[in-house]
Unconditional design. Structure first.
Length: 110
């Protein structure tokens, strides 16, 4: 059964990105539909998968991490959008975000 998960690491402070609000959108053409939202827990993860099973479909998604509040408005970044494609909805897709107030990186994790 496929699923989509995420976590956030605060690389500026060397700890999980706890309390970060996130939103997941499914994109179809010019439209964008909110399909999930949450807040990271003390481990920087959501308490469950963002999508799984039949809810996870092939297509293009955008995961928006609202990191500005986590860094108390200090720095450069307010929100980090990560746009990605699900090719095979039976697989596990993991989208980690490593961030500081000034930069971020992401990759397809496991």
């Amino acid at each position: 059964m496929g699923k989509l998960t995420t976590h956030v690491l605060d690389t500026a402070h060397g700890r999980p990105g706890a309390g970060i609000r996130l939103e997941l959108y499914r994109l179809e053409g010019e439209s964008r539909a909110l399909v999930a939202q949450g807040i990271t827990n003390k481990d920087g993860r959501t308490d469950g998968a963002l999508l799984e099973g039949d809810a996870l479909r092939a297509g293009t998604y955008e995961l928006v991490f609202h990191v500005g509040a986590h860094f108390s408005g200090q720095g450069f970044l307010e929100a980090v959008p990560v746009r990605f494609r699900i090719a095979d909805a039976s697989q596990h897709y993991h989208v980690p975000l490593l961030c500081s107030p000034w930069s971020y990186t992401t990759y397809r994790g496991s």
